[in-house]
Design a protein around this ligand. Structure first.
Ligand SMILES: NC(=O)c1ccc[n+]([C@@H]2O[C@H](COP(=O)([O-])OP(=O)(O)OC[C@H]3O[C@@H](n4cnc5c(N)ncnc54)[C@H](O)[C@@H]3O)[C@@H](O)[C@H]2O)c1
Length: 291
């Protein structure tokens, strides 16, 4: 047995359903399949599902072409991934949600999943900021509910914030930590609070960079270069906002603003205008930069 196979042994005969095949869901399904765990990817929008599956296939082809993986390995990964629907929740051991960052939409999805999934299945949300305790309540199984906050791009970044809701059980937490470890990521367990740790700190910085641009203090590239050259950040906050998605940034700031009730989290008007104009960053081809 290879090192990877030994590490994920408890997960070998288990099944993971990922709901939402966008930027994050596609990455999560990819790394789960690479760990040789039976993985099913679904999306409410058939075109998004197809795009997500094609993107994973292209990444595996690039890995093989670059010599980082051999072609047989890429084919083997593909054998652990298939498309599916919410009905697949009936046989899933773990369901990871990665859909739009709207509390009502996620709550409705978890209520629906609860009527399909088996009693022992664990539900996880990749939410960037929404209360895990609230989503746990909406699911009707708050003890078997965790936050599993992956980072973008998922195949590259090692961290997963595991968020413990008020009622998350020790067993669900331990199973989630074991899963994240089995797929080769590093779990850090944090308590449930708006934005958890990462986005509570990161998003105010991105927002302030957008205010700085809006106020005409410096050009976009200069703002980003301050962080790259002065603080050794691999990319500046405006380029990072484009990578995350400006709509996702706005949704997270709205949650921080609403849940903390503090004006320091109010989204920059320029961010709102760009989202209104459909300039969402890399995924739409234009944000603070053009792609
Ligand atoms: N983009 C990031 O950098 C990042 C990082 C960490 C966490 N997140 C979180 O991950 C989640 C997904 O973000 P993303 O960037 O992948 O978004 P995205 O827009 O790329 O993809 C979201 C996908 O969900 C699908 N969807 C929407 N509503 C659905 C529903 N009711 N049922 C099934 N599918 C549905 C959409 O069709 C789309 O394919 C959000 O909660 C976001 O906050 C994003």
């Amino acid at each position: 047995m290879s090192e990877a196979e030994t590490k994920n042994e408890p997960w070998m005969n288990r099944r993971v359903l990922v709901v939402g095949a966008g930027t994050m869901g596609g990455g999560i399904a990819q790394v789960a399949a690479q760990a040789r765990i039976q993985t099913i990817l679904s999306d409410a929008d058939p075109a998004s599902l197809e795009r997500g599956l094609n993107a994973i296939g292209s990444r595996w082809e690039r890995l093989a072409a670059s010599g980082n993986r051999n072609p047989e390995e890429s084919a083997e990964f593909a054998s652990f991934l298939r498309s599916g629907t919410l009905a697949d929740a009936a046989t899933a051991d773990l369901i990871i949600e990665a859909i739009v960052e709207k509390r009502e939409v996620k709550s409705a999805l978890f209520a629906e999943l609860a009527s399909i999934a088996g009693p022992s299945a664990i539900f996880a949300s990749n939410t960037s900021s929404i209360s895990i305790s609230a989503l746990g309540t909406a699911s009707g199984r708050p003890d078997r509910f965790v936050g599993m906050h992956f980072f973008n791009p998922v195949p590259v970044l090692p961290l997963v914030e595991i968020v413990r809701g008020l009622e998350t059980s020790d067993q669900s937490l331990a199973t989630s930590v074991a899963f994240v470890t089995a797929i080769g990521k590093t779990p850090i367990v944090v308590d449930d609070a708006p934005g958890f740790v990462a986005n509570r700190v990161l998003l105010p910085m991105i927002n302030e960079a957008i205010f700085t641009l809006q106020d005409g203090i410096a050009a976009r590239q200069s703002i980003d270069d301050v962080f790259k050259l002065g603080m050794s950040h691999p990319m500046g906050p405006l380029a990072l906002a484009d990578l995350i998605g400006l709509d996702v940034c706005l949704d997270i700031l709205e949650t921080l603003h609403h849940d903390f009730g503090e004006d320091k989290y109010r989204p920059a008007p320029l961010l709102r205008r760009m989202v209104d104009a459909g300039k969402l960053g890399r995924k739409s081809g234009e944000g603070f930069y053009t792609y």
